[in-house]
Write a protein that binds this ligand. Structure first.
Ligand code: SF4
Ligand code: SF4
Length: 180
């Protein structure tokens, strides 16, 4: 039969020597390799009890930022959505009404802001593109979910806790994240 490549090799069928036919040397050799691993450091990480430190350049789940007064930074300018190579970000802008100055920092804000975590490739370009320090990628990741819909994160999931109303949760979120 004609070979498709020249990589085929004829299998050696020479008879086993006496020592080879005992199989014991090969078994002992295999056991020695196994035994040598007993004294080596176990590389297994027992997650979630044990957590491996993230790399300083790790990019995880997004956080929508607030300022020190708790006002949302995002102005729904759309630059993050334009920069996103995966088209994972969608938003709807709205005008800030009178009396809402304590909620939103600028005259325009994102009434709806969604990121599809199944599309996202965690490249960080949205963070780079944002002129308002309104979005950044944290040192955590999206937990497993049973439905595709569960991976579409809205403002409820993305907004950082309020720094005045929930100072502990805010500090924790900030502490978990790289500089924002
Ligand atoms: S990290 Fe990258 S892929 Fe994910 S939403 Fe931001 S720009 Fe899009
Ligand atoms: S997160 Fe930043 S870039 Fe994206 S819409 Fe809001 S202000 Fe604009």
């Amino acid at each position: 039969m004609q070979a498709l490549t020249n990589r085929s090799r004829a299998v050696s069928r020479k008879p086993l020597t006496f020592m080879e036919s005992l199989y014991l040397p090969a078994i002992l050799k295999g056991m020695l390799i196994t035994f040598s691993h007993i004294f080596k450091k176990n590389p297994t990480v027992r997650y979630p009890e044990e957590k491996r430190p993230f790399s300083p350049v790790f990019r995880g789940l997004h956080v929508l930022n607030r300022d020190e007064e708790g006002r949302e930074n995002c102005t729904a300018c759309g630059l993050c959505a334009v920069a996103c190579p995966a088209e994972a970000i969608t938003m709807e802008g709205a005008e800030r009404m009178e009396g809402e100055e304590h909620l939103y920092r600028e005259e325009k804000y994102a009434a709806k802001y969604e990121i599809n975590m199944l599309r996202c490739i965690f490249c960080g370009l949205c963070e780079e593109a944002c002129p308002k320090d309104a979005i950044y990628l944290s040192e955590t990741f999206a937990p497993a979910n049973f439905t595709r819909k569960g991976f579409i994160y809205g403002k409820e999931e993305l907004l950082i806790p309020h720094p005045i109303e929930e100072p502990e949760a805010f500090a924790k979120a900030k502490g978990l994240n790289k500089e924002a």
